[in-house]
Design a protein. Structure first.
Length: 104
């Protein structure tokens, strides 16, 4: 069907659940992601504000205020389990980058 959007969509309850979990249990992990993948070592806080099938979105507190950062997934993401796996992969990548380039 022409014009029909077949992009996977997440239900409101899935989005709310993932955001509550990330911001409640993994705020420090979100900050690590933004430090490394967003190249903002000066960030002091990061809040996951959304996600879709393409990327995770964070509001990041930096010296000049709050900026939005969007990080594309490294794999297909179509359900909550996929989101979890993609966030874990993103965090591990961020950890590895920070270890490889220590702050001076």
């Amino acid at each position: 069907m022409a014009g029909h959007d077949t992009t996977p969509q997440f239900t409101e309850d899935v989005v709310a659940g993932v955001l509550a979990h990330m911001n409640g249990d993994h705020a420090d992990d979100s900050l690590v992601i933004c430090h490394a993948l967003g190249q903002r070592r000066d960030a002091t806080a990061a809040v996951m504000t959304g996600f879709d099938h393409e990327a995770a979105i964070f509001d990041v507190t930096v010296p000049e205020g709050v900026v939005e950062m969007r990080f594309e997934w490294d794999r297909p993401v179509v359900n909550r389990t996929d989101v979890r796996m993609a966030v874990v992969a993103m965090f591990r990548d961020a950890q590895a980058r920070l270890e490889a380039t220590p702050e001076r």
